[in-house]
Design a protein around this ligand. Structure first.
Ligand code: FAD
Length: 475
């Protein structure tokens, strides 16, 4: 028997159901596959940082697999369409009987899989897909009417119930193969770039490093999570999103680890419970993507919001991208994103809200920009977050709730410690003026090397309310 395991966003050996299934029959020869699809990645706005992160993780994975007698071969082809032929040629060359892979839920990936399954079927090759990236399979957490939840809280309750009644099972780590494959591992084509450099200390590379970070966070970090998670200066969240996005870890491993260290996390409020709830948000958006595939096509969940007349001012958009809006908390968040490929969750909410509701720029511009920058870019979470902030999504912030960016700064970065970290030009501004530095500069007759606010929040808010109210007529 010749087995092919097709790796995607599941770059780990532990709790990898496709890999485990491929390795159960110890007589079988197992070959692993990874597909480099540069044009497809560009079409999907994958960031250079995420590509570098994947490249580094693949190097480690290739070595780990090799030690178990499994070569990692590469197909390098522009798109999913061009992949089809090369995939079938590879199956023919290695006389593959069975293909194993973990599901991906985005629309192009699902179409790719259907296409390849059909081609395999013609050649009598058996394909087996597995759930690995969510706690529960999309479609398995439904309302009493058998529909996907459109509101998070009852979805979360249903997931918690399942977690407390069903054992979380993680797949076994595969052993050394009895018959190591004689196929040679491919040399990894170098798709990492200078633009994709990232801080390897902040983002654990490889699944062992990600597991170590998870264990450390569960033991020492999660306790204070409920209180600290909204304060960007504290930097106390897990920072595991990049590892979860490319599957160095599974969500199941995360919950299992938390429950081992905090056995009451499902019943009692606190840091561990709050963190599990965030992982449930992650599941929610993935389940939603499957139930509402139009979300992958940048369509709003609330269709009436397509009637909003966006201003789409390009200068405003550039100022936002560059972190030069004159609103310190927004600019600090955007500069953190541009310089590190990651942004604190509270600031993602503030920056997204500012783009949509202060600048009246189409949320899809922001979604795309985030994707192009984020090391943890993930269609479901990014789209979910943007549609939440823009009030176009399911269970989104109501359209009339508009963050005041200055008040958000005062509330979540009261001393301005985070702002100072990212806006050195505000160094001399006193603590009490840090959220409105232009007022202080005017009073002192000083010229700051920092933009004045590009909009007046109250006026912008009124314009946004009007735009949404006009569009609501189409409900
Ligand atoms: P922690 O606070 O430690 O949370 C643990 C894990 O839970 C995260 O790693 C993540 O996998 C998951 N999670 C946490 N919050 C959310 C959430 N609101 N929605 C879905 N999953 C969540 N997250 C991404 O992984 N990729 C994205 O592309 C992405 N884009 C976003 C865009 C916007 C506009 C907003 C508001 C949020 C976005 N998020 C995204 C969600 C969230 O901001 C990040 O997951 C979080 O900041 C990552 O940091 P962490 O790993 O320290 O999270």
């Amino acid at each position: 028997q010749q087995h092919l395991v097709w790796f995607r966003h599941d770059l780990r050996l532990r709790d990898n159901p496709a890999l485990s299934a491929a390795c159960i029959d110890n007589e079988a020869e197992v070959i692993a596959l990874w597909c480099v699809t540069p044009e497809q990645w560009t079409q999907h706005n994958v960031s250079a940082r995420q590509l570098n992160y994947q490249y580094d993780a693949l190097g480690i994975l290739q070595q780990d697999l090799k030690e178990r007698g499994i070569p990692l071969v590469i197909i390098n082809t522009p798109t999913y369409k061009t992949l089809e032929k090369e995939f079938m040629q590879l199956c023919e060359k290695h006389k593959i009987d069975k293909v194993f892979y973990n599901y991906q839920y985005e629309i192009n990936e699902r179409q790719r899989d259907q296409q390849i399954e059909a081609l395999c079927h013609q050649q009598d090759i058996v394909c087996q897909g597995f759930t690995d990236s969510t706690l529960f399979s999309p479609g398995s957490v439904l309302t009493g009417q058998g529909k996907m939840y459109h509101v998070f809280t009852p979805f979360s309750r249903a997931v918690l119930k399942k977690l407390s009644t069903e054992e979380i099972e993680c797949s076994a780590l595969p052993h050394q193969r009895k018959h190591p494959s004689a196929v040679k591992s491919s040399t990894l084509p170098n798709f990492s770039t200078k633009a994709g450099e990232y801080d390897t200390k902040r983002f654990p590379v490889g699944h062992d490093a990600a597991l170590t970070r998870l264990r450390e966070f569960s033991k020492n970090g999660v306790e204070g999570y409920a209180e600290q998670r909204d304060l960007p200066a504290e930097d106390d969240t897990s920072r595991l999103s990049a590892a979860l996005a490319i599957g160095l870890l599974s969500a199941k491993q995360c919950v299992k680890r938390i429950l081992a260290d905090h056995p009451h996390a499902l019943e009692q409020a606190g840091g561990a419970a709050t963190w599990v709830n965030e992982l449930i948000w992650r599941d929610f958006y993935r389940h939603l993507l499957v139930a509402e595939p139009q979300l992958c096509r940048y369509q709003p969940f609330q269709t009436w919001t397509d009637h909003i007349r966006w201003q789409n001012n390009k200068q405003h958009f550039s100022a936002w991208c560059e972190g030069n809006t004159g609103f310190p908390i927004v600019d600090a968040g955007m500069r953190q994103l541009n310089q590190t490929g990651w942004m604190h969750n509270r600031l993602r909410m503030v920056c997204a809200s500012f783009l949509v509701k202060d600048l009246l720029v189409d949320w899809r511009w922001g979604e795309r920009y985030f994707s192009e920058q984020l090391i943890d870019g993930d269609l479901a979470a990014n789209n979910g977050g943007w549609q939440w902030a823009a009030s176009t999504g399911t269970d989104a912030a109501p359209y009339f709730r508009i963050f005041n960016p200055t008040r958000q700064g005062e509330r979540f970065d009261p001393k301005g410690a985070f702002i100072r970290q990212w806006l050195p030009e505000l160094e001399e501004v006193p603590e009490k003026n840090i959220h409105e530095p232009w007022l202080w500069a005017d009073k002192q007759n000083k010229k700051l090397d920092y933009s004045r606010p590009i909009v007046e929040h109250r006026q912008a808010r009124e314009a946004t309310l009007q735009a949404f109210e006009q569009a609501r007529k189409y409900r």
